[in-house]
Design a protein around this ligand. Structure first.
Ligand code: GLU
Length: 387
């Protein structure tokens, strides 16, 4: 079969592929320690599950508006106002099938042949592929540890050309766990403003912060920044709702309308009764989020000590999300070799940094229990020592 040219250069999602491989090995009885997908190991909080069950029993099982249940669009707008100082109405929100889908809708709505999209590396695996699928050109801007794996205003400015349409900002970041400081966000906002480009701020990890780190949404910097910002986020990470597939895009009403038209011809509405769970997530008590973040913080502490104790491995201290990005250059292996051999020899699954534009790193997700982390790190230490 001859496939469309647009899929020719697009790679499958490595995060999903390796996660599935590790799950299949486990199902076959292999004792795998999996640090692959960014998927909290907690159950979705009870009040959210109850709300979805109740909606199911109340017959919320039919088609709904493509852009989402009006009550959920309102509840998301209210939460963005309260948590992030972002002033949106329901007409500025579309409910999508997860954060990934919201970004995909955005790229389809906004990007066309000839448009350049600036993506700092390391980047989440799907950003460049989505840009390519939409017909645009990803412009990858490498970063290094001298700037904490974060793009500087100067580097952003240098990457901007007359074709630049969009800048993808992700803080806290996947795969590095790095968090931009409010000063850094303000400086980036100024470049966006000066050059009249758009920024999509992927804020899916904004509630998962450690050691006093704070999240400033670029859209909250100034009215000028707000007018150039699109927010992508969702419920998966903060509320342990990965399988529910509920995300959202927030931005100018005409963009949201266009995204809803795309969604109306592709997926229609997100599962109706699941949206009632998301309403409960927005409107219910938020201590469940803090409880999960406290558990992640304990695991992060363990992990940072474990990494420091293994000669040959290092990682910049992550202040958000639940990833650490290990520098493996001293092992002399490529990230794919490291991951393949580690899985084969020690049954530990991690994601190769090559998928995120950094081949001398691997990503560890520590959204898993402490016992698995302990066993896994004993095995990683043995693996590195044998190299
Ligand atoms: N965003 C998560 C991760 O990076 C989920 C996997 C995916 O959707 O790629 O692990």
């Amino acid at each position: 079969m001859e496939f469309a040219a647009r899929v020719g250069s697009v790679q499958p999602s490595v995060t999903l592929a390796i996660t599935a491989k590790a799950k299949a090995m486990k199902a076959d009885g292999v004792d795998v320690c999996s640090f692959t997908a960014g998927e909290p190991d907690f159950d979705t909080p009870i009040h959210i599950r109850e709300a979805a069950k109740q909606a199911l029993d109340q017959g919320k099982t039919r088609y709904g508006p493509a852009a989402g249940e009006p009550k959920l669009r309102e509840a998301i707008a209210a939460r963005l106002q309260q948590d992030d100082d972002l002033c949106y109405g329901p007409e500025n929100i579309i409910v999508t099938n997860g954060g990934k889908h919201s970004l995909f809708n955005l790229m389809l709505a906004m990007i066309q042949e000839g448009d350049e999209v600036i993506i700092p590396a390391p980047y989440w695996v799907s950003y460049p592929e989505m840009v390519k699928l939409a017909g645009g050109t990803p412009v990858i801007v490498p970063t290094d540890t001298s700037t904490g794996l974060r793009i500087t205003p100067e580097a952003l400015q240098q990457a901007i050309t007359p074709r630049t349409k969009l800048f993808v900002l992700n803080s806290p970041a996947n795969p590095t766990g790095m968090v931009y400081t409010p000063e850094e966000i303000r400086a980036l906002a100024k470049v966006v403003d000066d050059h009249d480009i758009w920024v999509v701020s992927d804020e899916i990890y904004s509630k998962i912060l450690y050691d006093g780190a704070t999240h400033l949404s670029i859209g909250a910097v100034s009215p000028a920044a707000f007018s150039r910002t699109i927010i992508s986020s969702g419920f998966a990470k903060a509320y342990a709702m990965t399988g529910w597939r509920i995300g959202f895009l927030a931005g100018p009403a005409e963009l949201i309308k266009t995204a809803a038209t795309i969604q109306g011809h592709s997926t229609s509405n997100v599962c109706t009764f699941a949206q009632y769970g998301a309403i409960a997530a927005c409107e219910g008590p938020q201590d469940c989020v803090q409880e999960m973040v406290s558990a992640f913080a304990e695991r992060r502490r363990f992990l940072l000590d474990a990494i420091a104790s293994i000669p040959g491995l290092s990682c910049p201290t992550p202040n958000g999300a639940f990833y650490s990005f290990l520098n493996i250059s001293k092992t002399g292996l490529t990230s794919l070799e490291f991951c393949d051999q580690l899985l084969e020899e020690q049954q530990v699954a991690v994601i190769p940094g090559g998928a995120f534009g950094a081949d001398d790193h691997v990503r560890i997700s520590y959204a898993t229990d402490l016992a698995t982390l302990k066993t896994g790190f004993d095995r990683i230490a043995a693996f590195v020592a044998s190299r």
